[in-house]
Design a protein around this ligand. Structure first.
Ligand code: HEC
Ligand code: HEC
Length: 202
């Protein structure tokens, strides 16, 4: 796994991990390839289905890496695996560019913030340094996902999956480590906080 760890670390620190993943994809070609994806991930890349993440405005590099990991089985998922099996690297590049180009969701996932949960979640995020990688606005950078205004149920699930090891973290296992320190109470708190952040600057 040394090579994969090194590649993913490189992606996080923004050195092009491979020329093909680093190149800018073609948005119209990605839009064409994305047609079968929208029934689940939402017509505008904003999911209204529990358990299915929104992809609109997600980080291009994050999307590309996750598709590569679904394709090679590192992120084992019975729903996504057959859908990505026949995607080429170029398709993946184009899909990343397309979804990253869609306007970021701030509506569907952002239910009514619960002030108590939000305050606790904010503390959890500060205590665990989530913004170090996901940035102050929680919209991510490079291979670190945008998590602001993602579906709350999906954030909870993702954090539990990292913590249990069901979902392997990429690179230097940043998320396995980050989620490993979260308690059962802290996961819904931090998920609620980031899921209900709303437009930046608010
Ligand atoms: C049948 C429904 C379905 C379809 C169709 C589908 N997906 Fe997914 N997708 C899912 C589910 C469910 C997950 C969450 C997997 C998990 O729980 O880890 C997911 C996760 C993802 C993720 C990871 C996002 C994240 O935030 O971690 C990406 C990227 C993705 N899908 C892209 C695509 C693309 C591109 C297509 C079309 C080629 C597609 N999906 C088609 C159901 C679907
Ligand atoms: C050292 C860097 C780092 C820290 C600290 C960190 N993350 Fe992450 N996080 C990442 C990276 C990189 C990814 C995407 C790649 C992966 O799966 O490992 C990610 C992915 C995620 C995802 C999955 C998003 C999706 O759409 O699938 C969630 C949720 C998440 N992080 C939440 C958090 C929370 C909450 C904290 C604080 C408790 C945190 N992260 C701390 C780097 C970090």
């Amino acid at each position: 796994m040394l090579t994969l760890r090194m590649l993913a670390l490189a992606a996080i620190v923004s050195l092009p991990a491979s020329a093909s993943l680093a190149a800018q994809g073609n948005i119209p070609a990605g839009q064409e390839k994305a047609k079968p994806c929208l029934g689940c991930h939402g017509q505008n890349g904003v999911s209204s289905i529990p358990g299915i993440p929104s992809l609109a405005g997600q980080r291009d590099q994050f999307i590309q890496w996750q598709l590569v990991f679904f394709r090679n089985g590192r992120r084992a998922n019975p729903i996504m695996a057959p859908l990505v099996a026949n995607l080429s690297d170029e398709d993946i590049r184009n899909l990343g560019a397309y979804f990253a180009s869609l306007p970021y969701n701030t509506v569907v996932a952002a239910g009514t913030p619960d002030p108590d949960l939000t305050a606790k979640g904010k503390e959890v995020a500060a205590h665990h340094g989530c913004a170090n990688c996901h940035k102050e606005d929680f919209r991510g950078q490079q291979a670190a996902a945008a998590i602001a205004d993602q579906r709350e149920d999906y954030l909870v699930q993702a954090l539990k999956d990292y913590r249990s090891g069901a979902r392997p973290s990429t690179g230097v296992a940043a998320m396995t480590e980050a989620a490993g320190g979260l308690t059962d109470d802290e996961i819904p708190q931090v998920a609620h906080y980031v899921a209900t952040l709303g437009p930046p600057g608010k």
